[in-house]
Design a protein around this ligand. Structure first.
Ligand code: ASP
Ligand code: MG
Length: 446
């Protein structure tokens, strides 16, 4: 069974990175390789679309020329026999893009559909370059256009895969190569509707592509090659020396990502979770490191907890209503206000007469408060933070909760909640207390 190996933007950023990729891919038999655009390219294409929308045709064209030059330089450096053909492909893709962007600049209009056409080029050309480079280094690699395989709905800029249709196409076009021992290279992030319109899966979507392809081929493992060693026991900007987490369950990874652990967004690996395919995070600069394995079972997490995560600068909203709280429908009415103003809440705690929630995105909080005040008293507490301690062992070892609280010593806690899953403990506290609280928790558990 093949593995899927996904390389993020920094792992294909320049010729050196691509040389490292080749050394890594070479060791696997018949892998499916999924690549992001070269580092920063998608951001720059977003900027180009912005210029087009502003009617800045000349600046947009200049920015694209720079992009073209960068890709030609990288392609030249990593290819030999396939060089001329690859440069021609890169030029052709950019010619088309330059024409498209010019038209958009004349119209001063970039629809979600047009934006996908613009953004998709990053992955199309990076994957072509990588496939050619692999082939020129003796790896039997075949480029397949991900737009012809990954079928999505028509939600441009954040399309969802049609897993059935995608699986059928992957079986028909990708699997025959891997079955013969070949390596297949595909761009991440991009797909197309059943009708053939280019779509993208949303920013950071290459991990999602890797999981979709992994599920479609029934991969043995999905490897996410990036520029860090794996998931850490805490954010290194908050805790000086966090440790690498060797293993996480899918559920632990979801809790951590939700609370800000950046490495991988678990919703993007759902197709892998559904098929029970392990996902491994690896560092392309240090390929011999074991990385972090995320799998369904909870075998040997090592320590009592898996990791800590925190979300800084959140606002606590206290909602009190003696009149309404016991009445049925109160919570519905309350959350309906948050829903109406598209404001997500993270932590929720309730008492007999009050509900407290935390909010990260405060852009529409004024409107939320005003509407809540129609039926409740509301007070806000800004500059708070959420700390989340995650571990499957919290379920089986009831003393861990007490140990966590004890380790915090005299750090004042504003809210404490333990989810029904009992896989995490969540503390809400003053943002200023985060470094101390995280240090004490980390010291106690890792
Ligand atoms: N290149 C895309 C982005 O930057 C997709 C990805 O890298 O995962 O969002
Ligand atoms: Mg990425």
């Amino acid at each position: 069974m093949s593995v899927v190996m996904k390389f993020g933007g920094t792992s294909v950023a320049d010729p050196d990175a691509i040389e490292r990729l080749i050394a890594i891919v070479r060791k696997e038999r018949a892998p499916v390789v999924v690549v992001s655009a070269l580092a920063k390219v998608t951001d720059e294409l977003v900027a180009v679309a912005g210029l087009a929308e502003a009617g800045e045709a000349v600046r947009a064209a200049a920015a694209l020329q720079q992009q073209l030059d960068r890709h030609l330089a990288v392609a030249t450096a990593v290819t030999t026999a396939n060089r001329e053909q690859t440069l021609a492909h890169v030029r052709a893709e950019f010619d088309e893009l330059i024409g498209l962007v010019h038209a958009l600049a004349v119209l001063r209009e970039v629809s979600p559909r047009s934006l996908d056409a613009v953004l998709s080029i990053g992955e199309v050309v990076s994957s072509r370059i990588v496939a050619a480079a692999l082939a020129d280094h003796g790896v039997p690699a075949e480029w397949i256009d991900a737009r012809s395989v990954l079928v999505t709905d028509a939600e441009h800029n954040g399309a969802a895969p049609d897993m059935e249709a995608t699986r059928a196409r992957v079986q028909a076009s990708v699997v025959p190569h891997t079955a013969r021992g070949g390596t297949v290279v595909l761009g991440g992030f991009v797909g197309s509707t059943g009708g053939g319109l280019t779509t993208t899966l949303g920013r950071g979507g290459s991990d999602y592509s890797a999981a979709i392809f992994g599920a479609s081929i029934g991969a043995r493992e999905i490897q996410i090659w990036t520029d860090v060693d794996g998931m850490l026991t805490a954010d290194p900007r908050v805790v000086p020396k966090p440790r690498l987490v060797p293993r996480l369950t899918f559920a632990e990874a979801s809790e951590l990502a939700y609370f800000g652990a950046k490495v991988l967004h678990p919703s993007t690996i759902l197709p892998a979770v559904d098929r029970n395919i392990p996902v491994r995070i690896l560092n392309s600069r240090r390929p011999d490191n074991p990385g972090t394995l995320i799998a369904a079972d909870s075998a040997a997490a090592g320590g009592p907890l898996a990791a800590l995560a925190c979300k800084r600068d959140v606002t606590v909203v206290d909602i009190t209503s003696t009149r309404m709280l016991m009445a049925h429908g109160f919570l519905r009415r309350l959350f309906e206000v948050f829903e109406r103003f598209k404001t997500a809440v993270d932590v929720v705690t309730t008492s007999e007469v009050s509900v407290s929630v935390t909010v990260d995105d405060t852009r529409r909080l004024d409107a939320v408060v005003e509407n809540l005040q129609h039926f409740a008293e509301v007070s806000l507490e800004p500059e708070m933070a959420i700390i989340c301690a995650v571990g499957e062992n919290l379920r089986s070892d009831p003393t861990l909760f007490a140990r966590a609280v004890t380790s915090l010593g005299c750090v004042p806690l504003r809210l404490v909640s333990q989810a029904a899953s009992r896989r995490n403990i969540t503390f809400v506290l003053r943002d200023g207390d985060v470094p101390q609280a995280m240090a004490q928790l980390h010291e106690a558990f890792f």
